[in-house]
Design a protein around this ligand. Structure first.
Ligand SMILES: [Fe+2]
Length: 483
């Protein structure tokens, strides 16, 4: 235990996981270069930030208590603001209790509490993503609760209510899709029962909180589903063989993911759900492990899913705090295209070039669900000389060609694509990406030209911003980012 605690505190001293105190009042960033005049709005992001507090220590990266931060891009300034997430999980831990569910850290419940509540109560440590839904800004994790956030102060406004719709206690993905044509949010909810699990695709209007189940897929071994694909008429689930038997989670104090088992002999199942009828068809492929789908589309009756695939699930172990304190993780899965053809049980899997990266983005408003050309992402991983490499990559998925930006100093996370208003080309816009310096306690928002990956401007702040996962640009004008 003491060893883990030392590792948790150690991680907080290592770039890119260092954290500076909150900056609740907006401060000016030091801007160099030229911010495009059309780019005005807020980049809102969330990240795991606190890995040790009192006797509590996070044992997995995903369990760090969340921080929300904003780069607010105005006509002549870029301002920065950050605040630790005000959540029940954070309050419990501050009070010396850690009874809510976690991703990979044991909870502290007595035998009596476990007996009374066999299934752990969901965490609200929404440190994975932050998106706009209608007029609301919502922070997400992989749990039953999402938190509404006041975009101006970054304070929590409480849990976003849903239902009653029967999906209340379920795990929701932190990667909802947006169906712009129908003004719907589409997402996954997974329920676990003694006999197995049910993965439901649901949708709701932008501004309402009533979820409608589109269709459900039942399985006795539930895969870890971090994201999914969406086309105009189909949802695509990538059911890799990193899965759990739901009954193994009952009465348990272990972290959620600690119940999952890698069974490569089971292969990968691909479930294509018709969004009209809810009917599913299934295809199979060799074992792989995927956090992030990139895009999905339909082509001549086929269903195509692009995803970032690891050969197995060891990455999940590499993201444990003790492991990361010794060796920063290699976040460079390969970009693969999975093609599913009607009547053929076997899916075709092909590499799209040799680019390897995580945290993908596309010109979401234009390309989501359709045959597209470009994706961007962050390629972070150890170098042979003991250093850590980080770059932002651009991939032409049609040719497999790629190019990259790196400044040799900062460890960058997810790029967010923002389309230039009136732009014609798919890559006509900028990428917003936040990097934590490996040399100083500073961080920066870098603004790249998404066409040629050159640096247009950088907004430096004297604060260490931990590497996190996802966020959104909420613009004054047109935007192209994924929700
Ligand atoms: Fe993610």
């Amino acid at each position: 235990m003491q060893q883990t605690q030392r590792r948790s505190r150690e991680l907080e001293s290592i770039a890119p996981f260092r954290r500076s105190p909150d900056v609740p009042e907006r401060c000016d960033a030091d801007v160099t270069g030229t911010v495009p005049s059309w780019l005005q709005g807020d980049l809102l992001r969330t990240c795991p930030a606190v890995f040790a507090q009192g006797s509590w220590q996070a044992q997995h990266w995903f369990d760090g208590l969340g921080q929300i931060y904003a780069f607010r891009i105005g006509a002549s300034t870029v301002r920065f603001q950050s605040r630790l997430l005000d959540s029940e999980a954070a309050r419990e831990i501050a009070g010396g209790r850690a009874k809510l569910s976690s991703f990979g850290t044991p909870t502290e419940r007595t035998a009596w509490q476990r007996l009374l509540q066999p299934v752990q109560r969901s965490t609200d440590n929404t440190n994975v993503n932050i998106v706009q839904m209608g007029d609301e800004v919502v922070a997400l994790t992989e749990g039953a609760r999402q938190l509404r956030i006041d975009a101006a102060s970054l304070r929590s406004l409480g849990v976003r209510p849903y239902g009653p719709d029967g999906l209340g206690g379920n795990v929701m993905s932190a990667h909802p899709h947006r169906d712009f044509a129908r003004r719907k949010v589409v997402n996954l909810a997974t329920s676990f029962g003694a006999g197995g699990g049910v993965v439901s695709v649901y949708e709701h209007d932008d501004r309402t909180h009533v979820r409608r189940v589109v269709g459900s897929w039942r399985t006795d071994r539930v895969p870890y589903l971090h994201s999914f694909g969406l086309t105009p008429t189909r949802a695509v689930l990538l059911a890799h063989p990193f899965a759990v038997r739901p009954r193994d989670m009952l009465w348990s104090n272990r972290g959620y993911i600690d119940h999952f088992e890698w069974r490569p002999q089971d292969g990968t199942r691909l479930i294509v759900m018709d969004r009209g009828s809810g009917a599913t068809t299934e295809h199979e492929a060799d074992a792989m492990f995927v956090f992030h789908t990139v895009n999905a589309f339909e082509r001549d009756g086929e269903t195509v899913l692009d995803a970032l695939a690891y050969p197995d699930a060891t990455i999940m172990e590499d993201l444990r705090v003790a492991r990361m304190a010794e060796r920063l993780p290699d976040l460079r899965p390969k970009l693969v295209r999975i093609t599913m053809r009607p009547g053929r049980p076997r899916a075709d899997v092909q590499m799209l070039g040799d680019a390897a990266f995580e945290f993908p983005c596309i010109h979401y408003r234009r390309s989501s669900g359709s045959d597209y050309r470009y994706t961007w992402g962050a390629a972070d991983g150890p170098r042979d000389d003991d250093g850590y490499a980080s770059s932002i990559v651009k991939v032409d998925v049609r040719s497999g060609q790629s190019c990259a930006f790196s400044d040799g100093e900062r460890i960058y996370g997810e790029p967010v694509f923002v389309a230039r208003p009136g732009g014609v080309d798919e890559d006509d816009g900028v990428l917003l990406t936040v990097g934590c310096s490996q040399r100083t306690t500073g961080s920066a928002l870098s603004i790249l030209d998404a066409r040629d990956m050159t640096l247009l401007a950088r907004a430096d702040v004297p604060a260490s911003i931990p590497l996190g996962f996802h966020g959104s640009f909420i613009g004054e004008r047109e935007q192209g980012g994924r929700p």
